[in-house]
Design a protein around this ligand. Structure first.
Ligand code: MG
Length: 304
């Protein structure tokens, strides 16, 4: 069956720009696509590229959508090149996700705090909500500055909650060791995400051996090929899965179902359309003992 195809770009502003080791992010841009079959059934999908993690750019995704005819054949969708992973996800997931899906309790989301000392203010405001897992970006300011804030943050962390730290690949080996020692001492750190860059795989393996606190790969595994490679090279820590940029969700599902990995599904600040699609796969593949990385809605303005 062929589909009538339409697409529309969107822009969504961050209420406050998000600062990470990759830089400052103030607008999330992506594409909503619509496919209609001959029975009048409508299918929605989202393309939410993240070039900092190696996906195509928004421009490349737009060029691809513009290159398609108004009527799209399934064979076109099945042959979207691997160089357009967010497009692969958007088109393929549109056709295999039925809306609306049962909602997932946001209690199971990890709540992303602002970077730097603003986290201290915010944790104060949200500490009474039912959040069990928080996340805080590091690797933006010098270790001395961030570890000073970290001590205060840990002191304010509600009982029975835990914190994820995410360096976005921004630490050097010495600082990574300092953070991991600190985390081992404090004991409330669920894991540290991508302490070193993806090029430092053997150092990441070594750190995982040396410290108690778990380490999660994120930037290292931003597409299916890298995920497979890291597994083959012996990574048995946590894997952050940003399904919206990882290409064909069917291939991802097939692989994860046959490889017992500790998977944490995570957002790329997609709209509810992309999020629902990712959650459909997360329901089967995510480690149920860990919070989903989707506590980010409070970061974006509502309008799409
Ligand atoms: Mg991350």
């Amino acid at each position: 069956m062929s589909y009538q195809f339409q697409f529309s770009p969107y822009r969504r502003k961050f209420k406050v720009p998000l600062q990470t080791h990759h830089g400052i992010w103030s607008v999330r841009e992506g594409i909503i696509l619509q496919l209609h079959d001959s029975n009048g059934q409508r299918y929605l999908g989202e393309i939410a590229p993240l070039p900092d993690f190696g996906s195509e750019t928004l421009e490349e995704a737009l060029n691809f959508c513009q290159s398609l005819e108004k009527i799209v054949d399934p064979s076109v969708i099945a042959t979207i090149p691997d160089s357009l992973p967010a497009c692969q996800f958007g088109f393929e997931s549109a056709l295999c996700v039925n809306y609306p899906l049962p909602s997932v309790s946001t209690q199971n989301y990890s709540h992303l705090l602002p970077t730097g000392e603003k986290a201290l203010e915010v944790i104060h405001q949200v500490r009474d909500r039912d959040v069990k897992t928080y996340k805080w970006k590091i690797g933006v300011q010098p270790f001395e500055v961030e570890s000073f804030i970290f001590d205060k943050l840990i002191a304010q962390l509600p009982e029975n909650t835990q914190l994820r730290l995410d360096a976005n690949g921004g630490l050097n080996l010495d600082d990574a060791k300092r953070w991991l020692s600190l985390a081992d001492e404090v004991g409330k750190i669920e894991f540290i995400e991508q302490p070193l860059s993806s090029q430092q795989f053997s150092d990441l393996l070594m750190l995982a051996e040396e410290f108690k606190t778990a380490i999660a790969l994120d930037e290292s595994v931003s597409n299916l090929q890298q995920l497979k490679q890291s597994y083959q090279d012996g990574w048995r820590g946590v894997y952050v899965i940003k399904a919206a940029i990882m290409g064909s969700p069917r291939k991802l599902q097939d692989w994860v179902q046959t490889h017992p990995i500790d998977a944490v599904f995570s957002s790329v600040f997609e709209t509810p359309i992309g999020r629902q699609a990712v959650l459909k796969f997360a329901q089967k593949l995510h480690n149920p003992n860990r919070a989903l990385g989707f506590g980010v809605d409070h970061w974006l303005e509502d309008s799409v």
